[in-house]
Design a protein around this ligand. Structure first.
Ligand SMILES: Cc1cc2nc3c(=O)[nH]c(=O)nc-3n(C[C@H](O)[C@H](O)[C@H](O)COP(=O)(O)OP(=O)(O)OC[C@H]3O[C@@H](n4cnc5c(N)ncnc54)[C@H](O)[C@@H]3O)c2cc1C
Length: 375
């Protein structure tokens, strides 16, 4: 028997959970389907938190989305009475002329964002956990911080259910079959019919959206938490989140929160790309050594005993911009991914954008950067 839903959301991670809430709050009949448990550690959103920052070195065009993302995170906090957004300030650091520093500065200037340009010595004086190489620069922007990503998914899904959405965990979607203006979603447990489908399947997106085969590529990442030698230097009020580039690589880091350790990751880690199904989620001594190299280079007082390592997936496009679009030849299928290792902060606003797609409402944002056809 077909189930008449307005929209089925496939994948209840960062993007899908937000889409469920934004769709359900508009009064639509929503079914969300997740192949693993609700809140799991196989995809892209686990590991407690994700950086949010306005000084967007990747492209100034992200700033209007970010401003709306901040508003929506705050709204979800108010409605759930849970803190999701934590402001620490953000740092983008690297050699003068590097993409991170120059991109961050350009975005701050274009959008009139408050910021300061610090040298390595001044960065250390202000934030003593930072020991950047001499000659490096840091753009400090006071509105940066992090989103509690695991908590945010549960918050969005709670709001969605309160607004009438139905959600299923532990049910894998096997196929999406468009036709006659409707879509059939075939799962391990049954078949569901809807007017629209949002595919937010993260690292598995190309299994359900063939047009993304070879264009949305999963990549293994490893996050690490370490007990600092001087924990006070890495407390929330003394350590802004950051992207920091040195000869050791491009690392991103967080103050102590949740787990009592400094958190660090290496952007693109060991460049291990492949199938989301088979990429190893087991951290190794080599993973740990790579993260320790980053601490040794820039955060020596953090380089203490390991507390936790966790493997996670990026889903990359060639230009590292997102895909927010309808599938080629199937306007009833809305695609939300891949987010190339920097998407979580936008999940709140992407949920709203997906709801606009599904309801035919013109987006207030310029989404031309995110068209599938560019790939
Ligand atoms: C280590 C690491 C660090 C990062 N750091 C940052 C950061 O600091 N700031 C930032 O903004 N972003 C960051 N990112 C990127 C960000 O986390 C991702 O862009 C975001 O989590 C992607 O969300 P998603 O919803 O696309 O994927 P996911 O959260 O993985 O959700 C996809 C869901 O789809 C489900 N699914 C897949 N196939 C099926 C199927 N067939 N049937 C049913 N369900 C299915 C999956 O199980 C999964 O739950 C980081 C990512 C990683 C891995």
């Amino acid at each position: 028997m077909p189930h008449p839903y307005d929209v089925i959301v496939i994948g209840l991670g960062g993007m899908g959970s937000a889409a469920c809430w934004q769709l359900a709050r508009r009064g639509l009949r929503v079914l969300g389907i997740e192949r693993f448990d609700i809140g799991h550690a196989m995809g892209s959103s686990h590991g407690l938190n994700r950086i949010i920052r306005l000084a967007y070195f990747e492209h100034p065009a992200y700033v209007p989305l970010l401003k709306r993302a901040y508003e929506l995170w705050r709204e979800a906090e108010t409605l759930t009475a849970e803190q999701l957004l934590f402001i620490t300030g953000s740092i983008d650091a690297g050699p003068a002329g590097s993409r991170v520093v120059e991109g961050s500065l350009a975005t701050c200037r274009e959008h009139g964002l408050a910021h300061e340009l610090l040298d390595a010595a001044e960065t250390h004086r202000r934030f003593p956990g930072y020991c950047l190489p001499a000659g490096n620069l840091a753009v400090f922007q006071p509105d940066g911080g992090f989103v509690a990503s695991e908590r945010a998914i549960l918050a969005h899904l709670s709001l969605a259910v309160q607004a009438g959405a139905v959600i299923h965990g532990r049910e894998k979607v096997l196929a999406v079959e468009p036709g006659n203006g409707r879509v059939m979603v075939v799962t391990e447990a049954g078949r569901y019919e809807a007017g629209r489908v949002v595919v937010a399947a993260g690292g598995w997106i190309s299994d359900l959206v063939p047009a993304l085969k070879g264009k949305a590529v999963a990549e293994r990442q490893v996050l690490g938490w370490f007990l600092p030698k001087k924990p006070e230097l890495f407390a929330m009020e003394r350590f802004p989140v950051s992207n920091a580039v040195s000869d050791a690589g491009h690392f991103y880091q967080f103050p102590i929160w949740g787990i009592p350790g400094f958190k660090i990751g290496l952007y693109h880690h060991l460049n291990q790309t492949g199938d989301a199904e088979t990429l190893s989620r087991v951290p190794t001594p080599e993973d740990e050594a790579v993260l320790r190299a980053g601490m040794a280079a820039m955060f020596p007082e953090a380089n203490g005993p390991a507390l936790r390592l966790s493997a996670c997936l990026f889903t990359n496009t060639e230009d590292e911009h997102f895909v927010l679009d309808t599938a080629p030849g199937a306007p009833e299928i809305i695609v939300a991914s891949p987010c190339s290792g920097h998407g979580f902060k936008f999940a709140s606003v992407i949920g709203e954008i997906l709801a606009d797609f599904a309801t035919g409402k013109p987006s207030p944002f310029d989404l031309s950067l995110f068209k599938m056809g560019r790939l």
